[in-house]
Design a protein around this ligand. Structure first.
Ligand code: MG
Ligand code: ZN
Length: 372
């Protein structure tokens, strides 16, 4: 009996050490080659939760095992805007609301697109707003004020972005300075399309690719944009990956924020579901690829949104709260300062656990990739 116990103990030890060895192999392979950062503008926990009640298929948010929380205040304000929020992600610094790629004292600071270029990493920027809007702009431009769209458009034309998609044609070709920046893209060997997303076969040999699909912002998903965001995400990933070098890609679901500002739950939820579809495209690629880290987060929450009971009326006219069905309820038409979830998948994902400042997203990306 004693011998049997001894043999059993030996088995357990061998099994346990095997398990440790295989876990160590996973930890050792924690340097991602590619980074896909998805930002749902204005997407707090209740916005995310809405996918679990209103999406007909299982939400892609549910596929993550590594989850953290960020503090989002800007350098001067408790409540951030999208410019300071995206500058924190793109450059790792706290700046003032309205700042695009500049420090609190308005000094230019390197962005992830610029850092990618310096490290021979391809880069892509995708949004459903104008490509010159605060969130995408913070990844390639430097402006003391987010409203300087023509200046920001000039930065995109000069930048080393390899793939971009969004709206904002007018900031490139109907400018006060009369410069035609669309022509500049063509001079820089861009395949530029201002009508619709192309299929992969027609862009794969282009040195660089840009889509500007709207005079200003793109329409809401439910009002004509359709599945542009997941398709642009998939197209951009495939295009950048097939170039043979590592890549960094930022994808923004810009209009979850606008549904929040409008206190329009249907708008917010349809944009959130569309963003979740884009997350799915990134995760499907990362799962197959094995060398890609997907990070999903938001700059801030918008609307003070929550999922409360549905208010209904009895036959006598009195109201009651019906717990059997949730409804979207707002507490403000502005941004809020609640902690924001961070979801990570792929090599290096464990780095994103915990509670930390939004600027850490940038520093953690540099830490896990080794980009300088
Ligand atoms: Mg935005
Ligand atoms: Zn906003």
């Amino acid at each position: 009996m004693k011998l049997l116990k001894y043999i059993l103990l030996c088995f357990i030890c061998v099994f346990a050490s095997c398990k440790t060895a295989s876990n160590q192999t996973v930890t050792a392979n924690s340097t991602p080659k590619n980074i896909i950062l998805l930002i749902g503008d204005g997407t707090g926990l209740s916005q995310i939760s809405s996918a679990f009640f209103f999406k007909e298929t299982p939400p892609n948010y549910g596929r993550f095992k590594h989850i953290g929380l960020i503090k989002t205040s800007s350098s001067r304000e408790d409540i951030t805007d999208s410019a300071a929020g995206a500058t924190a992600f793109a450059s790792g610094i706290k700046s003032y609301n309205g700042a695009i790629g500049v420090t609190d004292d308005s000094t230019h600071v390197a962005t992830l697109v610029e850092i990618a270029k310096a490290n021979n990493i391809k880069s892509g920027v995708v949004s459903t707003s104008s490509i010159t809007h605060a969130t995408p702009a913070s990844f390639y431009a430097h402006s003391i004020n987010r409203g300087m769209y023509e200046e920001i458009a000039g930065y995109l034309a000069k930048s080393d972005v390899d793939f971009f998609a969004g709206g904002g044609i007018k900031w490139f070709n109907k400018r006060k300075d009369n410069i035609d920046l669309l022509a500049e893209f063509k001079n820089k060997s861009f395949l530029l399309d201002t009508v619709s997303l192309k299929d992969y076969a027609s862009i794969k040999n282009a040195p660089k690719v840009g889509f500007l699909l709207g005079q200003d912002h793109m329409p809401p998903a439910a009002k004509g944009r359709g599945d542009y965001l997941p398709r642009a995400t998939e197209l951009g990933i495939r295009y950048l990956n097939d170039k043979g070098s590592p890549f960094f890609m930022m994808v923004e679901g810009s209009q979850v924020d606008w549904g929040g500002h409008a206190n329009d739950a249907d708008y917010l939820i349809s944009e959130l579901i569309d963003f979740d579809d884009a997350i799915g495209k990134a995760l499907d690629f990362a799962k197959k690829d094995g060398n890609t880290l997907v990070i999903v987060t938001a700059d801030h929450e918008t609307g003070g949104f929550t999922l409360g009971p549905t208010t209904r009326k009895r036959t006598d006219g009195s109201e009651y709260q019906d717990y059997s069905e949730v409804s979207g309820i707002f507490s403000t038409n502005a941004h809020s300062a609640t902690l924001i979830p961070v979801f990570a998948f792929g090599p290096g994902a464990e780095e994103f656990l915990g509670v930390y400042e939004n600027t850490e997203i940038f520093h953690k990306i540099l830490k896990v990739t080794g980009w300088k």
